[in-house]
Design a protein around this ligand. Structure first.
Ligand code: TRP
Ligand code: SF4
Length: 354
């Protein structure tokens, strides 16, 4: 996002402080695909820390997945379970943190409806991510109303839990600013007291795909967060290396190699000089280098992989964890909607009043 597109109130929220005790944190992930390491380093890893300090609400966002993947709803629901299991496998504690599925808390949609009435088209048109994506959206059949109003639903996701804070990267600031604007207007019009959500800025490193290009589902180069050992071996074996290393004796330059960029993420610090020197002096071969990387990642994945498998293999247990998370989320969401109904005089049912 260019500097010019930042409004003054955006600038105000750029300085985030550490949230005070009692803050409520909300975030979510779209369920369009398996989680990849970008989801981990950009979000999940931060959530794992936040859950120990704050009351947290983390969601598998299937309605948001529908904004682009509306042709394959069953697949979206497959990923809901997969991602939910993965959240737990990597350490989100369902006893401590409320992990929900967006579509199972219909209050999101009810609040979204209110919010969509008070959001001016101009606000949405100005969201830079939409402007950037519009041509592409036209080309690939996702120039739909739901996608356009994606940030309104996102505002409802946050406000429905009366969340005070949202962990985001700097690139999502315009979405959060819009959420704040919507909440502010809602409070102003109806005398409600929904909190204006503030950011918790987290680092969102840009990770390379396994082929060294930008990681993207459309390139087929995403590096999944949890992989079976043979899948992992295959992915890493297929990774390109520094093209200067044609023969085993040719020295290479690690900074030109995606394998090295993964070593930096996953390997022990003492392995890095081994790669750097070994590569530059041709002391190690790319095979050795990849083998070490595979071992290191495999060690890190071993426990989550086993835990995820265990969850997916006992669907009843997983179901009851999901049910419990959604129930707890809904309880909080209903409370917010009570306030919303009171302020507006609307007796919207949320589906279960009769
Ligand atoms: N947009 C987020 C993503 O791309 C998912 C999301 C939906 C979200 N609603 C949210 C994140 C509310 C933070 C707050 O994965
Ligand atoms: Fe890449 Fe490692 Fe080969 Fe160097 S030795 S080119 S870092 S794979």
């Amino acid at each position: 996002m260019s500097q010019e597109t930042i409004t003054s109130s955006e600038r105000q929220i750029r300085q985030s402080e550490k949230p005070p005790k009692g803050s409520r944190v909300m975030s979510g992930m779209r369920t369009t695909a398996r989680l990849h390491i970008g989801n981990y380093f950009g979000a999940l890893k931060n959530w794992l820390e936040l859950q120990h300090e704050y009351e947290c609400y983390f969601g598998a966002m299937d309605w948001h997945a529908m904004t682009t993947a509306y042709k394959t709803p069953h697949e979206i629901q497959h990923f809901v379970r997969d991602i939910y299991a993965e959240f737990i496998a990597w350490g989100l504690d369902p006893a401590k943190t409320t992990i929900f599925v967006q579509s199972r808390v219909p209050e999101h949609l009810e609040l979204n409806m209110f919010f969509s009435m008070i959001t001016s088209m101009g606000w949405l048109e100005r969201v830079p991510t939409w402007k950037d994506a519009e041509e592409e959206a036209k080309a690939n059949d996702t120039h739909n109303l739901g996608r356009f109003s994606y940030p309104v639903l996102q505002a409802a996701d946050i406000a429905v839990y009366s969340a005070t804070h949202v962990p985001i990267g700097q690139d999502q600031i315009s979405h959060l600013e819009l959420s704040r604007e919507i909440v502010r207007r809602f409070n102003f019009l109806y005398g409600a007291k929904l909190p204006e959500p503030k950011p918790i800025f987290t680092s969102t490193p840009t990770l390379l795909g396994s082929d060294g290009r930008k990681m993207s589902k459309s390139y087929g180069n995403t590096f999944n967060l949890t992989q079976e050992e043979d899948e992992l071996t295959k992915t890493i074996r297929a990774m390109p290396t520094d093209p200067a290393r044609v023969r085993r004796n040719d020295p290479g330059e690690p900074t030109k190699c995606p394998v090295y960029s993964y070593h930096k993420l996953f390997s022990k610090p003492e392995d890095l000089p081994w790669v750097e020197t070994g590569c530059r002096t041709a002391g190690i071969g790319c095979g050795d280098c990849k083998k070490r990387l595979t071992e290191n990642i495999n060690n890190l994945m071993a426990e989550p992989r086993a835990k995820k498998k265990e969850l997916l293999q006992s669907p009843d247990t997983l179901d009851s964890i999901i049910d419990d998370g959604c129930r707890r989320a809904r309880k909080v969401a209903k409370k917010t909607l009570e306030q919303v109904r009171e302020c507006t005089g609307f007796q919207v049912s949320g589906g279960d009043a009769f």
